[in-house]
Design a protein around this ligand. Structure first.
Ligand SMILES: [Zn+2]
Length: 257
């Protein structure tokens, strides 16, 4: 997952995001670009937090730098490091692997690793009594489904710099058939051809599946925006992610990746 910087010229500030409702809404406008700085600024993506910060300092040295939803992913990285040091055998990986045994081998390696961390956060994180842990587990579970879809759809297509929110929007537009495509760029046509060649698109574009994706974006945004989450939210989120990962893999009609 990438880091996104929102360069805001009128307010003279740079806001660094990881994955939240703001990132879902990234859109190219006449005055704000994606990957390109226009009159009012723009969005740029980077591999690391340091790269994002250096860019802001180098090109917008007198702007304020705001870190929006960075804390939660840094916390998960920290926890992951603790977990890796403590564990010899990854029993969490074995557990999720057994649970998803029918589609495990087709999952992206990144998703497999993320699932084992989500399982650990949800089940055995030592600070379980602290409510924070449910935010971490929810954020991580959502990331698993996001990563899998982005990997199988956009990475496979060779365009990595897409957000989950942007992808849901594209799938919604494609689900409506040709009538909304008249004036759309070739990007949609290319995406549709790819999806038709690799997936059962009746299922992929179904209202049921798109609604589930939206509910994952909702849970992830609550976690990213520090909204309180309960143990039941983590259970529900986990249920959706496990179920929809399996569903998504079953939609494939041709070998992926
Ligand atoms: Zn954010």
């Amino acid at each position: 997952m990438l880091f996104w910087v929102n360069i805001d010229k009128p307010d003279r500030k740079c806001t660094i995001h990881r994955n939240c409702a703001w990132v879902d809404k990234i859109k190219e406008t006449p005055f704000k670009g994606i990957g390109e700085i226009k009159r009012d600024g723009g969005w740029r993506s980077f591999e690391t937090e340091t790269d994002s910060e250096n860019y802001c300092k180098d090109f917008f040295g007198n702007y304020r730098i705001i870190k929006h939803c960075i804390e939660i992913s840094n916390r998960i990285t920290e926890v992951t490091r603790e977990k890796t040091n403590a564990e010899q055998d990854d029993k969490y990986l074995i557990e999720v692997k057994n649970e998803l045994n029918d589609c495990w081998d087709s999952l992206d390696n990144g998703t497999q690793e993320m699932l084992s961390i989500a399982r650990y956060l949800h089940k055995d994180f030592p600070q379980k009594a602290v409510m924070e842990v449910y935010r971490l587990a929810v954020f991580q579970y959502c990331g698993c489904l996001e990563n899998e879809l982005l990997a199988k759809i956009y990475r496979a297509l060779g365009s990595e710099r897409k957000t989950f929110g942007g992808m849901i929007e594209c799938l919604r537009i494609l689900s409506k058939g040709d009538r909304d495509l008249r004036n759309q760029e070739s990007e949609y046509i290319r995406l549709r051809e790819f999806l038709e060649g690799h997936f059962d698109t009746d299922k992929l574009f179904s209202e049921r599946f798109l609604d589930k994706l939206k509910s994952i974006a909702y849970y992830r945004n609550r976690a990213a925006h520090m909204k309180p989450l309960k143990p039941e939210d983590a259970d529900e989120c986990r249920k959706i992610v496990m179920c929809e990962l399996r569903a998504f893999m079953s939609f494939a009609v041709a070998p992926l990746r």
